[in-house]
Each structure stands twice: as structure tokens, then as C-alpha cells.
Ligand binder design. Structure first.
Ligand SMILES: NC(=O)c1ccc[n+]([C@@H]2O[C@H](COP(=O)([O-])OP(=O)(O)OC[C@H]3O[C@@H](n4cnc5c(N)ncnc54)[C@H](OP(=O)(O)O)[C@@H]3O)[C@@H](O)[C@H]2O)c1
Length: 192
């Protein structure tokens, strides 16, 4: 048995992972169903896997946050408390994260090993360049995209799949949340 690896990512309809301008977290479109669904997803026992940049971004946002900020939403708190592997050759332990270890080397090798050894499923949020490498290596079992109802042609940042390989996708699950957010779960296979 190998542990399932899920790449969990938020994006705009035009495929951006973030935006500049006056856009806020979740592009301002979150509602109670999305937040409850996110908490359900993270309630399960699992191990988080982050790229170094995403870890740094989360740790920085949490350090600068105040009560009521998006980054303190209950699912994020739950995510932060899960056992976590950060793949990095530049970060040093201890990390400012309750149960995190740094694994050196290439994420492709680290995740291939974790998939063999982990007794619980693996999940990554964001970590765009790391997950593009893992997709190309065939290590991602599920791509879980939360599609927010916005187009950010002028302000979009971080194109989620830019420079990724080509994939065929099998839709395995889908949910509509708060009437306008789509969560789409796909099984990817390299398009050859
Ligand atoms: N839309 C969303 O859901 C969402 C959520 C969170 C974050 N984000 C965005 O994600 C972005 C961060 O992602 P990112 O692409 O900049 O970095 P990342 O994937 O978080 O981290 C990249 C780092 O991971 C390490 N790494 C190890 N093996 C790797 C491999 N095979 N390929 C790539 N990296 C590997 C390297 O760290 P070392 O250099 O230390 O070795 C590398 O510099 C931020 O801009 C943030 O806004 C999006």
C-alpha cells in the first residue's frame, strides 16, 4: 500500500493562484459551506507536505496576523497542527510550526519515500513549483482544485499550472459550495 498524495490548490477561473490589486484572501468569495468543508478535509489524520516558499509564506502571514484574519480560519489552524514535512535545502530546524520537520534533497525523492512509508495520506496545499515537479514525476494521485468565481486577467499572479507537463484528468469528485465555488477533484495521468 502506498499513501495517497493530494495536491490541494485554490485558483481563479483563469488559473491564477493569487492576485494583486484589492483582492483579498479567497478572492473575497468564501462562505460558511467552503469553510466547513475545508475543516472536514483537514480533520482526517494526514501529513502535510510543503515547499519551502509556501511554508515561509504561511509562517510569515501567521506571525503578522490578528484574530479574525483569514489565515486564522479553523481549517488553517487544523492544517498547521498536522504533522508536516517541509522540503528544503535552505530552511533550518526548528521551524515555527508545531510538528514540522525539514527534509533535504529533491521533493521527488522525498515524496516517493513518504508515499512508501507514511501510514496516513499525504496532502499539500499551494507549494506550486514543488507540486508541478511532483505531477511531472507521476507522484500526485489527486489534484483538488477549489475554483473561485473570479477572472483576474489584469491582476492574476502565480499561474498554478504554468510550465507543468500536460495531463489528462479524470474527474472523481465535485462539489458546489456557497452556491458559487466549485471544488473539483481529478486523477491526473501524464498525456503522452
Ligand atoms: N493558490 C493556492 O492555493 C496557494 C496556497 C499557498 C501558497 N500559494 C502560492 O504558492 C507560491 C509558493 O510556491 P512556489 O512555487 O514559489 O514555491 P514552493 O513550491 O512552495 O517551494 C519551492 C521550494 O521547495 C523546495 N523544493 C524541493 N524540491 C523541489 C522541487 N522538486 N521542485 C520545486 N521546489 C522544490 C525548494 O526549496 P529550497 O530552495 O529551500 O531547497 C524550492 O525553492 C506563493 O507564491 C504562494 O502565493 C498558493
Amino acid at each position: 500500500m502506498t499513501a495517497t498524495y493530494t495536491f490541494d490548490v485554490f485558483c481563479s477561473l483563469d488559473g491564477f493562484g493569487a492576485a494583486s490589486g484589492d483582492w483579498t484572501g479567497y478572492w473575497g468569495k468564501q462562505g460558511p459551506e467552503l469553510l466547513a468543508h475545508r475543516l472536514d478535509l483537514y480533520r482526517e489524520d494526514q501529513r502535510m507536505v510543503f515547499g519551502a516558499n509556501t511554508y515561509r509564506a504561511f509562517a510569515g502571514m501567521l506571525a503578522a496576523s490578528a484574530e479574525g484574519d483569514d489565515v486564522r480560519d479553523p481549517w488553517v489552524t487544523r492544517m498547521r497542527n498536522l504533522p508536516t514535512t517541509v522540503v528544503s535545502n535552505t530552511l533550518r530546524e526548528p521551524l515555527d510550526w508545531p510538528d514540522a520537520t525539514v527534509e533535504r534533497g529533491d521533493a521527488v525523492d522525498v515524496v516517493a519515500r513518504l508515499k512508501k512509508e507514511s501510514p496516513v495520506p499525504l496532502r499539500s496545499h499551494g507549494s506550486l513549483s514543488m507540486n508541478r515537479a511532483l505531477l511531472a514525476a507521476g507522484l500526485v494521485d489527486r489534484v483538488q482544485v477549489t475554483l473561485f468565481p473570479v477572472i483576474t486577467g489584469r491582476t492574476g499572479l502565480d499561474p498554478v499550472f504554468r510550465d507543468a507537463a500536460d495531463f489528462d484528468l479524470e474527474l472523481v469528485e465535485h462539489h458546489t459550495l456557497d452556491g458559487h465555488i466549485q471544488e473539483l477533484v481529478y486523477r491526473p495521468t501524464l498525456h503522452t
